[in-house]
Each structure stands twice: as structure tokens, then as C-alpha cells.
Design a protein around this ligand. Structure first.
Ligand SMILES: *Cc1c(COP(=O)(O)O)cnc(C)c1O
Length: 497
């Protein structure tokens, strides 16, 4: 029997996995969630022998039950191939008492590649399965990394177009250069004069605009989403937690069934939700440690039970986590509200009208597996510098936020016995300026971005990734900039409708 996906805002809306992937967002702004979390009923000794691709099939086939074995294996093999610069796909590096799960070996050197290299294949397969005739228009808001990863995934994929909105002044120079140099007839990149939340809200509004959907349909188009609200992004992210656990076991670092902690640098709450789903499948995870930067809305939520986005939006050196509305948290809220769409909808309505909501004590009780904390800008820089000086290992700013929170967790709990995996979400090459400033600001201040790249390679002994080499000389191909309230007209212009 197929696993069914339900909307977090409407108990009546139920679809299969392929339909959920195709739609991206449910009606009334809801998100699709699996009505049950399948069990990871595979012996760990078997998992320990599996390649990344085999692990991906083992995990994803349990969620995407209306895909045939052949369809799913084709998607997996097309995604996790030589686009990644290591056969392991997601290697584990041990440094200073923790395991860094490097999720940045794909074509855009950030963890978004883990899901966005497979999403286009899942989407095209889902369209075929559901007899869709329209072209799919991927509409995406990005805080920097999703945009490039989605562009790379969808560029020149037949039957698709992709439009990416990013905050013009809220991404790193390398992130921006990566996006505006994107090739592909079907790619469109727009800077908005606003922040990520405004970009995301604008995109969500277009998704739920029935009139716009009609106009699109008449012109032979329909929207879908590559944002982490698409279940087709969430499911592939569960894979690497299972893979990491199996690798730790295979390497003799943990015993069968031994619980590990997972630390995740969090923005939109997609990555950590995937870890939560992995735990619910039966993976032995003790604490889910949710790390925030100075935009500490999630830390406040976990400590008080009140989610309150009414606060200053802070631009930090970990821009992919500069988010005040963590969209995927809705999936957790729905669950701890007893899978009750009406209750969840009331919270989300309060969030959109008052900017906040407070969960009940009963709901808060179910968050015991989570630990939240945050790392300041100064602490983030210190973490990078200390780890480098101690071990020679260089991490990016987002990963450093996670490592900083892990240190606070250890200090508070003394839980030094539990082996801990830190999700390392970006290559330091993606945030070279901030990383090198952290190590020695005075020395590196006067260097250009690409001089810093070469210097980073020298001090870390890590080869400059292809993704960085590619943009050294690439031409700018996208220069559209618009106001927040012009997003819809820009989309219409691109599509000639
Ligand atoms: C997107 C991103 C995050 C945040 O992940 P979420 O799934 O949105 O919580 C963290 N680090 C990097 C480098 C990212 O690109």
C-alpha cells in the first residue's frame, strides 16, 4: 500500500509521494507530510556495507512508495555521480572530538546539492507518472545556497524553467557570482531589494494565487517548488544521517544501537527535520541539536515555547541561516499538535497575522529530544580560528555556528560520552572572506576574493573545488533586480504571459 502524504493545513488533502513532489506546496499554504514514518527495518550490518547510492535507495524507497524500483534507482544514479568530487558522496571527518559530516562535495559546494541534485529527476519522473502536460516552472527563494544548487540541478532540463529570487544585499559575493553566471536557456535569476523572508513570502504568495495558476495553465505552465518545503528535498536529506551512522558503525566508532547526537546549523529547519525523521525511522539518535546564528528565533522557541519573528533581522557571516520564518518547523508543529491540521493552521494564522504563536505545555513536552542554542558572530570566528589552530581543519561559518553550539551543549550537559555528528553544510571556499578573516583578519584584509581562495588552499591543504575555479572567469548572464512587490510581474515577463 502506498504511503500517503497529507497537508498540514487541511485534513482532506491527501496525495501520493509523486503528487506531493509535483505540487511542492499543498493548498492554503500547507506542507505535505507523510502520514506515517516508515521503519528502517534493515540490519545495521547490511547498511554498513552499502554505498551512498544503495543507502539512498534503502531510505527513499520507504518514503516514495509510488515510484518503481527502476524509476527511483535511475533518479539516484543520475544524481549521485561524478558531479560529486568524492565517491563517498558525504565523507565523515573526525576533528577535535566530533565527526564532521561533509555535505558539500557536490557541484555547488553546499549541502543543498545533497537534495537538489536529485529533485529535478524526481520531479520529471513524477510529472511523467501523473500525465502532466504543462512545463514545470520552478519558483525559488534563496538565502544563497538553494538558488545555485537548484539552478545547477535544473539547467537545461527539458520541460522545466527555473526562476530564482535572492536578497540582492544578503548573500556572499561568491554565492552571488555563482548564481548570476548560471548558464542554461531555462534559467532566470533575480536580485530583490529585500531580505530572504520577503523573497520567500513573495514566492509562497504566487504559489497560492489561484488566478495566477489559471493564467499559467492557459499558457502551458505550472509552478513547483525547489525550496525545502518540497518533500522531494526532505526525503533525500534523511539518507545521509543513516549513511553517517552506518559508517561510524562500519569503522568501529560505535556499537550497534549506540545513540549518537546530531548537530545541525539551522535556517529553514529542513536539514534538522530530516534528522528528526531519521530518528523516527528508528536510527539511534539521542539529541537533535539545533544551532542558530544571531537570528536566534529557534533557540528562543525551544527555550520558551513561543515562536516570535517580531525582531530585527540580522545579516550575519552565515547568510544561509539568516531566516526568521523557518518554514519546515510547521511540519514539526503539526506533528506535536497530534497531526491536527486545524490546530496547526491556527498557529500558522497567528504567525502570519501577529508574527508569533505559543505552543501548549503538552506540545512542548514532545520537544525533549531537541536542544537549541545559538552562536554569536564573534564566537563563530573564534570557533573557526581555534579549530584551525588546533587541528589544521578549516570549516565554514555555518558549520562553525554548529560547532559553537555543540561546545555550549557540552558545557551545559557534560554529555561527552555520546559520539556526535556535526552537519558540515558548506565548503569554507564558499565563504572564503569570512573564514579567512576569522583566522587572521589583519593579514588577509587587503587580499582579493580569489587571492584568498588560493591562500585558503595553501593553509588548509585542500584543493580549490571545481565550482570555484569555474567562476573565476565566468561572465555575468543575469542582472535583473526588482522590488519585493514586483516579483509577480517579473515572473510574467520571463514567461511571456
Ligand atoms: C541552507 C543552509 C543551511 C540551513 O539549512 P536548513 O535546512 O534551511 O535549516 C545551513 N547551512 C548552509 C550552508 C545552507 O546552505
Amino acid at each position: 500500500m502506498d504511503l500517503i502524504y497529507a497537508s498540514t493545513r487541511n485534513a482532506e488533502e491527501k496525495v501520493t509521494a509523486s503528487q506531493a513532489i509535483l505540487k511542492g506546496l499543498a493548498g492554503e499554504g500547507g506542507l505535505f507530510v507523510p502520514t506515517a514514518i516508515p521503519a528502517l527495518d534493515i540490519d545495521l550490518d547490511d547498511l554498513a556495507k552499502m554505498t551512498y547510492q544503495e543507502t539512498a535507495y534503502a531510505v527513499m524507497s520507504r518514503f516514495l512508495t509510488d515510484f518503481t524500483e527502476e524509476e527511483l534507482k535511475n533518479c539516484i544514479n543520475a544524481a549521485y555521480d561524478s558531479k560529486f568530487d568524492t565517491e563517498e558522496i558525504a565523507p565523515l571527518v573526525s576533528a577535535d572530538g566530533a565527526y564532521y559530516l561533509e555535505l558539500f562535495h557536490g557541484s555547488t559546494i553546499a549541502f543543498k546539492d545533497m537534495a537538489l541534485s536529485i529533485l529535478p529527476h524526481l520531479l520529471i519522473t513524477a510529472a511523467r507518472k501523473n500525465q502532466v502536460k504543462n512545463d514545470i516552472v520552478i519558483l525559488t527563494a534563496t538565502s544563497g545556497d538553494t538558488g545555485k544548487a537548484a539552478l545547477a540541478g535544473f539547467a537545461d532540463v527539458k520541460g522545466t524553467k527555473i526562476i530564482v529570487f535572492y536578497p540582492k544585499h544578503g548573500v556572499s559575493p561568491i554565492q552571488e557570482k555563482q548564481m548570476v553566471t548560471q548558464k542554461g536557456e531555462n534559467t532566470f535569476v533575480v536580485g530583490i531589494n529585500g531580505n530572504f523572508d520577503q523573497a520567500q513570502t513573495g514566492v509562497k504568495k504566487m504559489f497560492s494565487d489561484a488566478k495566477l495558476a489559471k493564467v499559467m495553465d492557459a499558457a502551458g505552465y505550472q509552478f513547483s517548488s525547489a525550496n525545502s518545503i518540497n518533500i522531494g528535498r526532505l526525503v533525500p536529506q534523511i539518507v545521509y544521517y543513516v549513511y553517517a551512522y552506518a559508517k561510524l558503525y562500519a569503522n568501529g566508532e560505535i556499537k550497534k544501537g549506540e545513540k549518537i547526537n546530531v548537530v545541525v546549523p539551522t535556517g529553514n529547519f529542513g536539514n534538522i527535520l530530516a534528522a528528526f525523521y531519521a530518528k523516527n525511522m528508528g536510527l539511534p539518535i539521542a539529541k537533535l541539536i539545533c544551532a542558530s546564528n544571531e537570528n536566534r528565533v529557534l533557540y528562543d522557541f525551544f527555550s520558551t515555547g513561543t515562536y516570535d519573528k517580531n525582531r530585527e533581522f540580522i545579516l550575519t557571516s552565515s547568510p544561509s541561516m539568516d531566516i526568521l520564518i523557518s518554514s519546515n518547523l510547521e511540519r514539526l508543529i503539526y506533528r506535536i499538535a497530534g497531526n491536527d491540521a486545524a490546530k496547526n493552521e491556527a498557529f500558522m494564522k497567528a504567525l502570519s497575522s501577529e508574527g508569533k504563536y505559543e505552543i501548549t505545555a503538552e506540545m512542548k513536552e514532545q520537544l525533549k529530544d531537541f536542544y537549541g542554542n545559538y552562536t554569536t558572530e564573534a564566537e563563530t570566528a573564534e570557533v573557526i580560528k581555534d579549530l584551525y589552530e588546533k587541528t589544521g581543519y578549516v570549516i565554514d561559518t555555518h558549520t562553525a555556528v554548529a560547532a559553537g553550539v555543540y561546545h555550549k551543549y557540552l558545557k551545559e550537559t557534560n554529555d561527552t560520552d555520546t559520539k556526535t555528528v556535526i552537519a558540515s553544510t558548506a565548503s569554507p571556499y564558499k565563504f572564503t572572506r569570512s573564514v579567512m578573516d576569522a583566522i587572521d583578519k589583519e593579514k588577509y584584509d587587503s587580499m582579493t576574493d580569489f587571492e584568498l581562495v588560493d591562500e585558503l588552499s595553501r593553509i588548509s591543504n585542500v584543493k580549490v573545488p571545481q565550482a570555484i575555479e569555474d567562476i573565476r572567469s565566468a561572465k555575468v548572464l543575469h542582472d535583473t533586480v526588482c522590488e519585493v512587490d514586483e516579483m509577480e510581474s517579473v515572473v510574467k515577463k520571463f514567461l511571456n504571459i
